[in-house]
Design a protein around this ligand. Structure first.
Ligand code: AMP
Length: 176
């Protein structure tokens, strides 16, 4: 078994004091680690119909593309404001200080399509909640959300559960 947790680099006080940044680039750079992470993230959804993976910029693109290929489904990019070339719908979410917006193409998800949300890490769940709202506004049905890392102290999984979204994470780190 590949030690996925051991392949993640922790960078203290990045991007600001008090944050332990969980850097997955070291895992992505390891051929076995990357392959194992993709397989495990996709596993619970292999036997369920999924029309598209919605990957959250930027690390959710790397993981989401590979998971979509594995599940044999499409890929929808969810991006920071102003990055997508076609008409978009946007969703605000709260940061520690202020608000941010993520966007999706207005025609990316059709009514009734079954969508799997993918990102590298869930912390407060604010980003994944905004993605959930965007997809639901388009008529999409969330099949679940899959992450490498959960930070349970920040309550993101509970926040998604309250929205009726089931989360799957490969490993957890204590604290923030
Ligand atoms: P949140 O919206 O609070 O769940 O934050 C999740 C998003 O922020 C994901 O896209 C993560 O990549 C990033 N993120 C939040 N906290 C961390 C952390 N401690 N280490 C690495 N990425 C993080």
């Amino acid at each position: 078994m590949t030690d996925l947790k051991g392949l993640i680099r922790t960078i203290p006080d990045y991007p600001k004091p008090g944050i332990q940044f969980r850097d997955v680039t070291t895992l992505l750079g390891d051929a076995q680690g990357f392959k194992a992470a993709i397989a495990q993230m996709a596993e619970p959804f292999r036997t369920r119909p999924v029309d598209a993976v919605a990957g959250i910029e930027a690390r959710g693109f790397i993981l989401g593309g590979a998971i979509a290929d594995r599940l044999g489904c499409g890929f929808i990019p969810i991006r920071k404001k102003g990055k997508l070339p076609w008409k978009t719908i946007g969703q605000e979410y709260s940061l520690e200080y202020g608000v941010d917006v993520i966007e999706m193409h207005e025609d990316a998800c059709r009514e009734g399509e079954r969508i799997l949300i993918v990102d590298d890490l869930i912390a407060t769940g604010g980003t994944a909640e905004a993605a959930t709202k965007l997809i639901r506004r388009s008529g999409g049905v969330i099949v679940g959300a899959t992450f490498i890392i959960d930070l349970p102290a920040l309550g993101g999984v509970d926040r998604l559960t309250a929205l009726g979204v089931t989360s799957h994470a490969l490993l957890a780190f204590d604290g923030h």
